[in-house]
Every structure is written in structure tokens, then in C-alpha cells.
Design a protein around this ligand. Structure first.
Ligand SMILES: [Mn+2]
Length: 636
């Protein structure tokens, strides 16, 4: 009895303590869940209420008033935050492990994405002819299985990554014009083989007025016998990429549209990484990583480690480096200002909310800029998903194709995009057109401007400052002048100048007898200390590159990478030094040094009074050099 009594006495305060602690834990836990929910939702939430009755199961979390950034700071707008209900946040492994295992065991011509070479000399002529007709080796394609296996090139983390159990359904839209049969069918087979059937609603093939015979009855029959979900539509006239995609989009009924080229191969588990960001925020477009299918032998390989999309002021598609935060988790989708254009996923509802493509854009060209600008400026976001990989045949040499239109549809397209979306920045594009835009009539833009107004889209300045914030540094609208240019003459040995020695890229350079006119030397001695703060062949993209830190480090000619570092050079006018690297620490400065006896060039620790470290440019721009260091920290 005594023991029990004591036990009871001891127990009472414990119960109280437990109760209090439990309450505190519950309160803390609830607060934590709310806080985390808010934080994790903020980048992926919708910005406008969902009006579709059968929309994805989002729940409204809160209504918040938030100041809009950039030019519209004065306006305030209501934003309803929507996110998936907790029940729909369950994740799973979407891999088809059985199919992947079966693929690993496949052997044969071109299997595992290996290079496929035709070794039969007797068919060489046919092979060449078919290559030139298509821009890829169609003869070899016909020898490779349409169901071939591919190498899994994804980052390690992608192989175990799980995605939402509940993902939207997909309609794939593929326009084609005179596509080679086995290449088109390999695209379709890879999509069917590597897409979860419950997600893939249909594949819509839009024939843009092809005239190759096998693309009619033979194709229809093959598709009828092999696929249930593939539908072909033959357009009655040549419509171009943009019109054909729109025709396909109008026929689609899936939640998400995926636009693809007709010469692709989908890689393992390509679909869930594209769909999850859209499930989380339907105002999202997602691009896969695009791998390379070699046009000459169908080898499947990675392109690079990924980059953010951009453009220059002639509207060439360009790329910007990934940001430090993009490198933290290589499996996570990252924000990209501009899509490459050929392959991407977008929610059908968002696509049509944006008015789809401007159908005043003819054939092809400029459409990826139009859609990317719209996506960002009108409340959406554009991502690249590294775990989704799709191979694409980049065409090689090809017989010239008849133009589908008379006249310059490309610059007309560009002008339409610029007039509607680029505000004052359009002038930069026009200035690079050397008068071409002045003669072009962009046509009626009323509808496009109405869409921009209706959706309260942000300004192009906002896009350039918030999304493509590093574009203008890498692709400035007006190329700033060089700091110095002409020959680089040794002061220690004035008959010698820095010279390519007739070599091209990826070779060491040295010294050679100076040309008569060091202000205007021939190409192999015509250098520039460019505004990128690299030393390059003037108006070229070959830079002086130093790859070692030891004594007598050699100097190479290498592709300019615009990232400073081992290609950063400055001109010290006081000592006449060409200083390598951004390190401005006086004791460790490294300088370009001539070695006149063997006509070589080295980089060594700078030493005052060493005449072989002193250099003179043909022309120096004193004003520019006075400001050389002003912007340097801002470049990073
Ligand atoms: Mn293509």
C-alpha cells in the first residue's frame, strides 16, 4: 500500500507537466506547419483565383494584399494563394522499373543510345543522299529499333526522386512537315514506352502539309495498328510551326499540353518532373533538359550541365549561367528567362489564358520569345526541370528547302513580338536590324495588346530587371568600346608582338615580329582588351587563357567564356603591365612576360623593372581605362 500511495503522489505532478508540455508542443507544431506551408507555397502558388469548376484540387489558403514589384508598384492587387490540399501532396516513385530493367538488357544496333555506323560501302551513296534530304542520317535511323534503349544521363538524385501521386493528364502535340518515317515513329514509341499510361491522354500528330508519300496511308496504318492514343490530323495547307501547334492545342483535351518536335526521344521518367511544377502552380511552363541525338550516327549524349535561356539583340537564342542557388540541388527545377522553344509543357488553361501563340506569327521564329515574355510578365513562371530529359536531333547539313513563304516572315514575327511586349527595349532590337524593321509592317496588333491589358501584365523593364537581370551585362544592347586594341608590343624587345603564330583555338600563342602598323595590324596580332575585361582577338571570340598558377605558366588561345577568372586581364598603365586575374593584391599580381629568346609567352609574378613584363598597345582608350575598375564588382 505504501508503495502505491507514493506512486500516486509522484504521478500527479507528472500528469500536469505532461499536459502543459503537450499543449505547448501542439501550439508550436501548428505554428510551424502554418509557417512552413506558407514558405513552401509562396514560390509555387497561383496568383489569381481558379475559376474552372473541375480544376485541380487546390484550396485557398489566404487572401493577401501585396505590392507588385517594378513599374506597377503604385498599383495594389489582390492575390489569392492557392495550394494543393494536404491529401494531394502524397508522393511516389513513378519509375517503370520493369521497363528500365528490360531496356538495360537490350543489345543491338544503336541500343543504349550508342553511335550507330553503317559499315557497308555499297550503301554509302544512298546513305549520303538520305542524310542530305533530312539533315540527319535517315539510312542509319532505319536500321535502329524504334523501341531502342537509351543511357540514363540524369543526375544521381533524379533516380530516387519521388513526385506527386496526383499529377495532371497530358496531351502531346507534335507538328511535322515531311519528317522521316522511322524518326517520327521512334519519337512516338519512346513517348508511349516512357510515359505512365494513366497520365498520357493522347498524342496529337499535326501533319503540316507534307508531301512525302509514306506520311499518308502507310503512316495512318502503322499508327492504327500500333497505337490507340495517337491521332493524326492532316492540315489542308502549309501553316508553319506556330499555326500547327495551335491547331493541335485546340484539339487537345489533357490538363497539360506538351509541345515537342518530331525528331526526339523521351528518356526515362521524363514526364513527372515536367508535370509536378504545373500541379503545384498551374501558371507554370516547364522545359526538359534537351539531350543531343547526333545527326550523323544517332548517338545519344548530354548537351551540357544546363543553363538559363536568354537572347541577344538580334534575337538569337542565347544562354546565361545558372545561379548559385540553382547549383545547390541539381535535381530541382530552376527559373529560366526564355525557353529554347522546341520542347515544353504548359497547362492548357494557362496557355489559352495567355491567348496561346499570337497567330499573326507566321511559320516559325520569335514564338519562344513571345510565349516566354507572356508567361513571366502575365503572372506565370518558366522552369527547366533537370530530371526530365528528352533527346533531340539537331540537324546537320541538308539540301536547301524551298521557303514556305515569300517575304521576310522572320523579322515580321520579331517586330510583332517587340511591338506588343518589349516597350522601349524594342529600339535595341531595331537598332541591330540595320534598317530592316523600318520597312516591315507588323500587321494588326490589337488583339495581342488587348490580351496584355486584360491580364494586367507587367512591364518589359520588370522582366529585364527581375527575371533576365543578368542579360544586359552579358549581351549589352550597345557593345561598349574596347579599353585598348591593336598589336601588343613588347617594350623589352620592341620588334616582337603577341601573335597567334597562325594557330587557332586551343593552342599556345607566342611572339612574332611586329607588323609595320601596330595600330592596325593583321588579324594574328590584332588584339583587344575588351569591355568583358578579357584579352581577345579583336572582334572575335578567342581569348588569352591561363590555366596554371605555377612559374612560367603558358598562355593559351581559348573560347572566350565571359566569366572573368582565368580570362580576366587588366592594363596597368603606370607599369605598362598586363595583369592576369582579378586578384588586385600587389604582392601576388601576375603579369604577362615575354621570353624573346625562344619567342614564348608566360605569366609570372609581376616584378618592377622587368622590361619583359612591359607592354604597349597599338591604341589605348584613356577615358575607358579610367573607369576600368568602376563596374568590376558589379559584374559578379
Ligand atoms: Mn527540332
Amino acid at each position: 500500500m505504501q508503495i502505491i500511495r507514493e506512486f500516486k503522489i509522484m504521478r500527479r505532478p507528472n500528469m500536469k507537466w505532461l499536459f502543459k508540455t503537450a499543449c505547448l508542443l501542439i501550439i508550436a507544431g501548428t505554428l510551424f506547419i502554418f509557417a512552413m506551408g506558407y514558405l513552401s507555397a509562396s514560390s509555387y502558388t497561383n496568383r489569381l483565383p481558379d475559376q474552372r469548376p473541375n480544376a485541380m484540387p487546390y484550396v485557398a489558403l489566404e487572401v493577401e494584399k501585396r505590392e507588385m514589384e517594378g513599374q506597377q508598384q503604385q498599383q495594389q492587387q489582390q492575390h489569392v494563394k492557392l495550394q494543393l490540399s494536404p491529401l494531394n501532396q502524397l508522393k511516389k516513385d513513378w519509375h517503370d522499373h520493369a521497363a528500365m530493367k528490360a531496356d538495360v538488357e537490350r543489345v543491338g544496333f544503336g541500343e543504349q543510345g550508342k553511335r550507330a555506323a553503317n559499315n557497308d560501302e555499297s550503301t554509302r551513296e544512298l546513305e549520303r543522299k538520305m542524310s542530305l534530304e533530312n539533315g540527319f542520317n535517315a539510312y542509319v535511323s532505319d536500321m535502329i529499333s524504334v523501341n531502342r534503349s537509351l543511357p540514363d544521363l540524369r543526375y544521381e538524385g533524379c533516380r530516387t526522386k519521388e513526385y506527386l501521386v496526383k499529377l495532371p493528364t497530358v496531351s502531346i502535340v507534335i507538328p511535322y512537315h515531311n519528317e522521316h518515317f522511322s524518326v517520327l515513329m521512334r519519337s512516338v514509341h519512346s513517348l508511349i514506352n516512357r510515359s505512365p499510361p494513366e497520365l498520357l491522354k493522347e498524342i496529337i500528330l499535326i501533319d503540316d502539309f507534307s508531301d512525302r508519300k509514306y506520311l499518308f496511308k502507310q503512316l495512318d496504318e502503322y499508327v492504327g495498328e500500333n497505337f490507340r492514343k495517337v491521332h493524326i490530323f492532316h492540315l489542308p495547307q502549309r501553316t508553319g510551326l506556330i499555326g500547327a501547334r495551335m491547331a493541335g492545342a485546340r484539339k487537345a483535351s489533357g490538363d497539360v499540353l506538351i509541345f515537342l518536335d518530331s525528331h526526339v526521344e523521351a528518356n526515362y521518367n521524363w514526364l513527372p518532373p515536367l508535370l509536378e511544377p504545373i500541379a503545384l502552380n498551374k501558371r507554370t511552363a516547364v522545359c526538359p533538359f534537351i539531350d543531343v541525338i547526333d545527326h550523323s550516327n544517332f548517338e545519344y549524349r548530354a548537351q551540357d550541365e544546363g543553363a538559363r535561356g536568354a537572347f541577344d539583340w538580334e534575337f538569337y537564342y542565347k544562354r546565361l549561367p545558372l545561379l548559385p542557388e540553382d547549383l545547390l540541388d541539381r535535381t530541382k527545377p530552376f527559373r529560366s528567362p526564355i525557353m529554347a522553344g522546341g520542347l515544353f509543357a504548359i497547362s492548357r488553361e494557362f496557355f489559352f489564358e495567355l491567348g496561346g501563340y499570337d497567330e499573326g506569327l507566321d511559320i516559325w521564329g520569335g514564338e519562344q520569345y513571345e510565349l516566354s515574355f507572356k508567361i513571366w510578365m502575365c503572372g506565370g513562371e518558366l522552369l527547366d526541370a533537370p530530371c526530365s530529359r528528352v533527346g533531340h536531333i539537331y540537324r546537320g547539313p541538308r539540301n536547301s528547302q524551298p521557303s514556305p513563304r515569300k517575304g521576310d516572315y522572320l523579322h515580321r514575327n520579331y517586330k510583332r513580338v517587340a511591338e506588343v511586349w518589349m516597350d522601349d527595349y524594342k529600339q535595341f532590337l531595331y537598332e541591330h536590324g540595320q534598317g530592316i524593321y523600318e520597312t516591315i509592317d507588323a500587321g494588326d496588333l490589337t488583339e495581342q495588346k488587348r490580351i496584355r491589358e486584360k491580364l494586367h501584365c507587367k512591364s518589359f523593364k520588370w522582366f529585364m530587371e527581375q527575371i533576365a537581370f543578368d542579360l544586359i551585362k552579358v549581351y549589352p544592347p550597345v557593345e561598349p568600346s574596347d579599353y585598348a586594341y591593336g598589336a601588343i608590343q613588347s617594350i623589352g624587345a620592341p620588334s616582337l608582338c603577341v601573335d597567334t603564330l597562325g594557330r587557332s583555338r586551343h593552342a599556345q600563342i607566342g611572339l612574332y615580329r611586329c607588323h609595320d602598323d601596330i595600330r592596325r595590324p593583321q588579324r594574328n596580332q590584332n588584339w583587344a582588351l575588351s569591355w568583358h575585361r578579357d584579352l581577345r582577338l579583336r572582334r572575335k571570340k578567342d581569348c588569352l587563357d591561363v590555366q596554371e598558377r605555377f612559374k612560367n605558366a603558358p598562355v593559351w588561345l581559348w573560347d572566350c567564356h565571359l566569366q572573368g577568372g582565368n580570362q580576366f586581364w587588366s592594363y596597368d598603365r603606370e607599369h605598362n603591365w598586363l595583369v592576369h586575374g582579378e586578384n588586385n593584391d600587389n604582392s601576388n599580381k601576375r603579369c604577362l612576360e615575354a621570353s624573346p629568346s625562344d619567342r614564348k609567352l608566360y605569366v609570372n609574378i609581376c616584378r618592377e623593372g622587368n622590361r619583359n613584363m612591359q607592354w604597349k598597345f597599338g591604341v589605348t582608350n584613356a577615358t575607358a581605362l579610367n573607369h576600368f575598375w568602376d563596374l568590376v564588382p558589379k559584374l559578379r
